[in-house]
Ligand binder design. Structure first.
Ligand code: DOR
Length: 429
């Protein structure tokens, strides 16, 4: 079905019509008999790309499935998501990766790109089938043991060497387990002491970021730092990016989550497990450093770390509850609320263009010009939105934004020329 998107403001600048042919491509004139979308007053951006989504299928379909997670993604303005490997079983073989990729295609609402595990079973010891996953139909290029740190430097070095052969990247959950006890569940600081909760110190993240940038340099490979959460990590990244640019032989990229841009560890005073997440919410000084780093390009991308959990895993005493919070449907509004000064081209850069480049998704994050696939999100820029966790398409309700007011609303999403969300509602529903 061809489509005409009328009167959108392209990246918040000039007003234009966008034409989509029935192959889902942007073209330069209106196709006959096209479906029409009135986009007056809406900002058009390339469809968002999430480097870090937990879809829970296979294994925990009570918390999320590839279909329900795809629905949440479309509602959030996404046209591609990278599905993390910590499923049951783990995505550590070509078969497992291909299955996730196929289920994503069947759902058909966003491109679901599997992330492969770095190590077999996320065990941290033996490399997974990195080459086979890459050569499978899923074409895996991003590898991560997310949820766990690849803490053995020798294994990390081998992983970086291996993925280099095909231009892949290791996305690291930077957290040295030897600097925090196994029961760590929040930021280590004055507050955790008062609350009697065991914590992760910021340094547990920073030493791994520092180690890994040196390993990436040593191996001339690519490392991506998942969910950066401390000012110290930002300092290391700033140095490393300058160094990588001078060397020209290796690279480091980094992402930050929406929740680390807006929420602080002070929320833990009520012991509400909704705010339990890994890496943990940090103090305001860290939040300020993360915002500045995203605005100045030290941090390349926003990634949700959408981590749905069933009630029976999340609604426990703080120390026993699962880590994580949902985030696909609110990410854009949280970014706009946390960084209102970010221009629309910058929002497109950190939520679409750069994540697509990091993930090697050539048809995502493209300029909205003829010849590009029609992956588009249309946003009402100044809408005030009150989040209702029960209005979510996710199967899970661990939503830290419930009842909060955020700025900007995703109105329509178009994936490969198909309208997946119209007037804020799923079209397949
Ligand atoms: O909070 C988190 N939840 N952090 C992680 O690293 C893993 C994730 C999950 O899978 O639930």
């Amino acid at each position: 079905m061809s489509l005409v998107i009328e009167g959108a403001s392209l990246l918040g600048e000039g007003t234009t019509d966008l034409y989509v042919d029935d192959h889902g491509m942007l073209v330069d004139s209106a196709p006959a008999g096209a479906e029409r979308i009135d986009a007056a007053g809406l900002v058009a951006l390339p469809g968002l790309v999430d480097l870090h989504t937990h879809l829970r299928e296979p294994g925990r379909e009570d918390a999320e499935t590839i279909l329900t997670g795809s629905r949440a993604a479309a509602l959030g303005g996404y046209t591609a998501v990278l599905a993390m490997a910590n499923t049951t079983p783990v995505t550590d073989t070509a078969e497992a990766a291909t299955r996730v990729w196929e289920l994503g295609r069947e759902a058909g609402l966003v491109h679901v790109q599997p992330v492969g595990a770095v190590t077999r079973g996320l065990g941290g010891e033996e490399l997974a089938e990195l080459g086979l996953m890459h050569r499978s139909r899923a074409g895996v290029t991003v590898f991560s043991d997310d949820g766990r740190c690849v803490h053995d430097a020798r294994v990390m070095r081998r992983g970086l060497e291996y993925v280099k052969a095909f231009g892949g990247v290791v996305s690291q959950h930077s957290q040295d387990p030897s600097l925090a006890g196994p029961a760590a569940c929040c930021h280590e600081g004055e507050l955790s002491g008062r609350l009697g909760l065991p914590g992760w110190p910021g340094i547990a993240e920073e030493v791994i970021v520092a180690r890994d940038v040196m390993l990436a340099r040593h191996t001339s490979s690519r490392v991506h730092v998942a969910h950066v959460s401390t000012a110290g990590s930002v300092d290391v990244l700033r140095w490393a990016k300058a160094r990588a640019e001078r060397d020209g032989t290796w690279s480091v990229t980094a992402e930050v989550t929406p929740h680390h841009l807006l929420l602080t560890t002070d929320l833990l005073t009520g012991y509400d497990p909704t705010y339990k997440v890994n890496p943990p919410l940090r103090p305001q000084d860290d939040v300020d450093a993360l915002r500045e780093a995203l605005a100045d390009g030290t941090i390349d991308a926003v990634a949700t770390d959408h981590a749905p959990h069933a009630r029976h895993d999340k609604e426990h005493a703080f120390v026993d509850a699962a880590f994580g919070m949902v985030g696909l449907e609110t990410a854009l509004a949280v970014v706009r609320t946390a960084l209102p000064q970010l221009s629309w081209p910058d929002v497109a850069r950190v939520m679409s263009v750069t994540p697509a480049r990091i993930a090697g998704l050539a048809d995502q994050g493209r300029p909205l010009t003829p010849g590009s696939p029609a992956h588009v999100v249309l946003v009402e820029p100044d809408a005030a939105l009150t989040v209702d966790r029960d209005a979510s398409a996710s199967l899970s309700r661990n939503n830290p934004w419930h009842g909060r007011s955020l700025t900007s609303r995703v109105v329509h999403t178009v994936y490969a020329g198909r309208v997946t969300v119209r007037d804020g509602a799923l079209v397949d529903a």
